[in-house]
Design a binder for this molecule. Structure first.
Ligand SMILES: Nc1nc2c(ncn2[C@@H]2O[C@H](COP(=O)(O)OP(=O)(O)OP(=O)(O)O)[C@@H](O)[C@H]2O)c(=O)[nH]1
Ligand SMILES: [Mg+2]
Length: 437
């Protein structure tokens, strides 16, 4: 089964902890701070690998963790930065944050990279905290936690040309005739469950990628049949070949088919109808086909007016190969003058300019205050918790620095405003201390 949508979890590496250490030199009783900084944690980066065609590899491997940076060392030595973790994805992968729905990026070019989780900064060692007033500080930071995210990866087939139409109109048969692709072909509806790709090569040297898409029926844009799943694939094609069965064997009216399919395309995204379309009458080898085609063309002329504005109608038989050469030439001509279209994801990205931001300073409150049932004050919030995780609790002085930072953020004032008194218990995560302001 073709996997084209998958959820993965990524966790970047924590920064290495900064160190508290002092120089020890003969005859120098207090040699000054010498604790080095921690190294940077590894980031997680998605990278396009042209050799991949599906998201299949992710089926059994969905959790990715980058390594932590090395801790700082004595004699002022820095910890080593951890290596970034690269995850290969196929070309055409769209990445969204599974929790917020935000589109993080569209990976469409060879070797393109997207950082999806930043590694934590290394904590500073006590070298950095020395001052004339405090020449021997017992202060060091722990490394910053690595970013964690749940991601949705979605792969849309990258084809220049999409074959669209009701089930069994001969889409897969056409693909198998003009390319070396070997899609499944059968009389029953919905034979094709996932798109197949093939390369069309013309004698004049031009080529393009064609996809047969699963059959579409009325209501597809609301999820009937293979629904939305199928329509997603149409998005990236630049030219649509709209196949219509002219044999009349299924006793549907070809013109009604034409209107219904276009209506579904429009309901999914009105812009899909702006995409150049060639109407392709199929199965022209069948007895009633010529007559049905003539009727169809008459309806088109009636609705669209004289020739110039009307969509192009061509006719083929994949069995006798009638019209195939002409159709492929016309398709290549149309591609030559058709630009790249923006997908829904790209439009969304342009709309909210959702460049991936690491520190969301403006939007996240620095902290929030709540109370446990036993009346303990609880401080939470991403920013505050990060600061806490970066505090080295083994040294009183580091802890003192943390309390100063809290005061600076306005935590003391906010607590007092809410009614906290000296001696009340305050909790951050599982660390409890007494409130003295
Ligand atoms: N006579 C005739 N039969 C054809 C032609 N093209 C396809 N068929 C037959 O039509 C049936 C359906 O063909 P497919 O190519 O599987 O149709 P499809 O549009 O891919 O169908 P789904 O994948 O179910 O949407 C098969 O039995 C084919 O042999 C043609 O040009 N002439
Ligand atoms: Mg098919």
């Amino acid at each position: 089964m073709f996997v084209d949508q998958i959820k993965i979890q990524v966790k970047a590496g924590k920064g290495g902890d900064g160190m508290v250490a002092f120089r020890r030199e003969k005859y120098v009783p207090n040699g000054g701070p010498a604790g080095g900084d921690g190294g940077h944690g590894g980031s997680i980066i998605l990278k396009v690998n042209k050799g991949l065609r599906t998201l299949m590899d992710f089926r059994y491997h969905r959790i990715f963790k980058a390594k932590a940076g090395q801790n700082g060392m004595i004699k002022g030595k820095y910890g080593r930065a951890a290596e970034n973790l690269y995850i290969d994805v196929p070309e055409g992968t769209t990445v969204t944050d599974a929790d917020t729905g935000e589109v993080l990026g569209d990976l469409t070019e060879a070797n393109q990279e997207l950082i999806v989780a930043h590694g934590g900064r290394g904590g500073r060692g006590n070298i950095h905290f020395a001052s004339p007033k405090n020449p021997a500080p017992e202060i060091a930071e722990n490394g910053e936690p690595g970013e964690e995210r749940n991601l949705n990866l979605e792969l849309k087939v990258l084809a220049d040309v999409g074959l669209v139409g009701f089930p069994s109109v001969g889409k897969s048969t056409l693909l198998s005739t003009v390319t070396s692709a070997k899609p499944k072909i059968a009389e029953y509806h919905f034979t094709t469950l996932v798109p197949n790709l093939g390369m069309v090569q013309l004698d004049d040297g031009r080529d393009f990628v064609m996809a047969d898409l699963p059959g579409l029926i009325e209501g597809a844009s609301q999820g009937i049949g293979l629904g939305i799943q199928f329509l997603r694939h149409v998005e990236r094609t630049r030219v649509i070949l709209h196949l219509i069965d002219m044999s009349g064997v299924e006793e549907r009216d070809p013109y009604e088919d034409f209107l219904k399919i276009n209506d579904e395309l429009k309901k999914y995204d009105p812009d899909l109808l702006k995409r150049p379309q060639i109407i392709v009458g199929s199965k022209m080898d069948m007895p009633d086909a010529a007559e049905n085609l003539a009727k169809f063309k008459a309806r088109i002329e009636q609705d669209y007016g004289p020739l110039a504005q009307a969509p192009q109608v061509m006719a083929i038989s994949s069995i006798t190969h009638e019209g195939l050469q002409d159709l492929m030439q016309a398709t290549a001509d149309l591609l030559d003058k058709t630009p790249h279209f923006e997908t829904k994801a790209e439009k969304e990205m342009a709309a909210n300019r959702s460049e991936y931001r690491f520190d969301d300073d403006e939007n996240t409150p620095a902290f929030t205050i709540s109370r446990d049932p036993d009346a303990t004050w609880v401080l939470s919030g991403d920013k505050l918790e990060k600061l806490f995780k970066m505090t080295n609790l083994d040294h009183d002085e580091s802890l003192l620095r943390f309390t100063r930072q809290l005061r600076g953020m306005g935590v003391d004032d906010a607590l007092r405003e809410r009614g906290a008194k000296d001696g009340d218990l305050v909790r951050i995560d599982d660390f409890v201390f007494e409130f003295y302001a």
